[in-house]
Design a binder for this molecule. Structure first.
Ligand code: PEP
Ligand code: MG
Length: 358
């Protein structure tokens, strides 16, 4: 919504002219963002409500971004990117163990929410033996892992072997039915029992959570919450599956925005359910990176934001400028509006000038 200096467009082999245009913009954004990132204290609203800011990362190299941008931990480690370009089955337990050990060592003391492989759909073909007419609606995320136990178990073994070295949470991708959570927990339990019998030390407590990114998971959030320790809202996929627009579609559909009333209402439903069940909820879709949406998300009850580290500083800045009362008024107003344009205009009129200065 908010017109960031980054538009998500990748320009391959840019001309000198293009480079000359973007280099100063990139430099300015990075300097400003890092300067804002110096603030390490917990982000809080003007009335003192604390908000946790976490990073979405995809590689061991990305770990170096957490501290400079002021992330308090990892809200989403997209583990599938570790094996990109490699045949999934060739990614051995030992190879993973060394990577995960490094991850835990480098993040000592920070919370690490590790999402098990989310393959399939736009994340590349998961199973080369089976062609699927519509991969986004096929064997993706937790569905793939439960069907390919040796891959799932070897990732879990590598992960649990390093679990006692820090604060590890396991996040399950693309949950569309509570049975997937129950089954995944059984696999985790089996792996833990086997490792203990082999003499490995495993953390006493590992939290298991579900991504809420499919409408069926929103509607049955109560059932899923009963089985999980926490949930994380993935608005990127929730938009795709709710609005029936492929997330990598090039067509510009004006309603395909995170502020679509359907998405806002769903977040409202999820947070209310999570409160009822006393479970923690975070938002880790791209939506969490937009400072213009911060008051709305605070009003909806989001207290854990997870986004690419470089967007944390403007999000933090926005949090420090609003009160919870104001955020609730924004939420009520937005929930009363009927479409993306109305919501966007209202948010821009209210917070556009403040954000322009970030
Ligand atoms: C999401 O779907 O919102 C999400 C955070 O996960 P990913 O973008 O990796 O699918
Ligand atoms: Mg997703």
């Amino acid at each position: 919504v908010y017109k960031r200096q980054s538009t998500g467009v990748v320009i391959v082999d840019p001309s000198d002219e293009t480079l000359a245009k973007y280099e100063p913009i990139a430099k300015e954004f990075s300097t400003r963002s890092k300067k804002m990132g110096q603030k390490k204290e917990a982000a809080q609203t003007t009335d003192g409500t604390k908000v946790t800011l976490l990073g979405n990362i995809e590689s061991i190299d990305d770990l170096s971004l957490l501290i400079p941008y002021g992330a308090q931990g990892i809200g989403l480690f997209r583990s599938e990117f570790l094996f990109f370009g490699k045949e999934l089955r060739s990614f051995s337990e030992e190879e993973q163990y060394h990577l995960y050990k490094l991850l835990m060592e480098e993040t000592k003391g920070l919370e690490v929410t590790f999402r098990v492989f989310d393959v399939g759909g736009d994340k590349g073909k998961a199973d080369f033996s089976q062609a699927e007419p519509n991969p986004a609606l096929g064997c993706r995320g937790i569905r793939f892992l439960l069907k390919n136990r040796e891959i799932f178990s070897s990732q879990l073994r590598a992960l649990l072997r390093v679990s006692s070295e820090g604060r590890l949470n396991i996040l399950l991708p693309l949950v569309s039915d509570v049975s997937e959570v129950i089954e995944a927990k059984q696999v985790i339990q089996e792996v833990a029992i086997n490792l203990t019998a082999e003499g490995s030390q495993i953390a006493e407590e590992i939290q298991v959570g579900a991504m809420i990114e499919v409408p069926s998971a929103v509607i049955t959030a109560d059932l899923i919450l009963k089985e999980c320790d926490f949930i994380s809202i993935g608005t990127n996929d929730l938009m795709q599956y709710t609005l029936a627009v492929d997330r990598s579609n090039k067509e510009d559909y004006s309603f395909y925005k995170a502020i679509h009333p359907s998405i806002i209402r769903m977040i409202d439903m999820i947070v209310k359910k999570a409160k009822e069940y006393g479970k923690s909820v975070s938002l880790c879709g791209e939506m969490a990176a937009d400072p213009l949406l911060v008051p709305l998300l605070l009003g909806l009850g989001i207290r854990n934001f997870s986004c690419s580290p470089r967007y944390i500083p403007p999000v933090r800045e926005m949090i420090t400028r609003v009160s919870l009362d104001e955020a609730c008024e924004v939420k009520d107003k937005v929930l009363s509006l009927e479409n993306v344009d109305q919501i966007e205009n209202f948010l821009k009129e209210t917070y556009g000038p403040a954000i322009a200065g970030f």
